[in-house]
Design a protein around this ligand. Sequence first.
Ligand SMILES: [Mg+2]
Length: 312
Amino acid sequence: MSQPAVFLDRDHTLIEDTGYLNDPAGVKLLPGVELALKSLAQAGYRTVVVTNQSGVARGMVTEEMIAKIHVEMCRQLEAHGAKLDAIYYCPYHPDGTIEEYARESEMRKPWPGMLLQAAKDLDINLLESWMVGDRPRDVEAGQRAGCRTIRIRFGTAPIAGEAQDEDIQADFTVRNLVEAARIILRESVALRPPHGESGQPAGLPPPAVAATSQTPSPAIQPSGDADGLSDRQIRLEVLRYIRQLARAEDHHEEFSLSKLIGGVVQVLAILALIIALWRMATDALGQAQLWATLGVALQAMALTFFTMHRGR
Ligand SMILES: [Mg+2]
């Protein structure tokens, strides 16, 4: 039985994009990535990286170094209990300076070659799959493979010569992989029929000659097919992870000790000013002045704490 997958761009989707990364020490997972991957695997998705690595063709990084970088990325994920099912990368680019890699390739996004190859290798149902990435070429590759698409837009600068945003529209736009996973799980719960099996897409072009290298995760486990679980159990697990994701993000975005203290001090400031007005009304002007001064000081403190919260 074929499984759905979530195809993932690498740079600026899973790890920080430092530009032609060529050192495993520079691998840094983006916040929440491990939680998103775990939730997707738990929901029955294979997770497959498809990444353009034109730095190989440009002579800026070797395939051996890319393999080391991917081992380090998988190690960091594994340390958090997450994993990837496979990693595909395309080392080719028509403007490359290394002769053997200096050519166009159908594996290179925006072409869908890597996704099609992965579908063949891992028995993936492309019509139930998703492509997540930060560039228009990621979205285009996903659309050409017949997948639904999510674009991560937060903080991504445009690349000269790349397709204009208005030409390539993803199904959803989000700020990070956590939000993308939440959408995928939500849509899965809403749309996927119980024990659904829609078969392989018809009419897809055959994969091109393999122009990518596949670097299996060092600790690949069989992807979670939820065998042995009832449909109700699967749905409950998915809902549990959706709530877990929501709590994680809400906690990250909303909770702040400085905001809490600011709120308390704000209340005290208002109380002090009310007392000042009351003392003024009872002709206790000396006390009114003291309470007013205290109120103003507390208000200033409250504003300071609110500023600290916003500046995090
Ligand atoms: Mg990227």
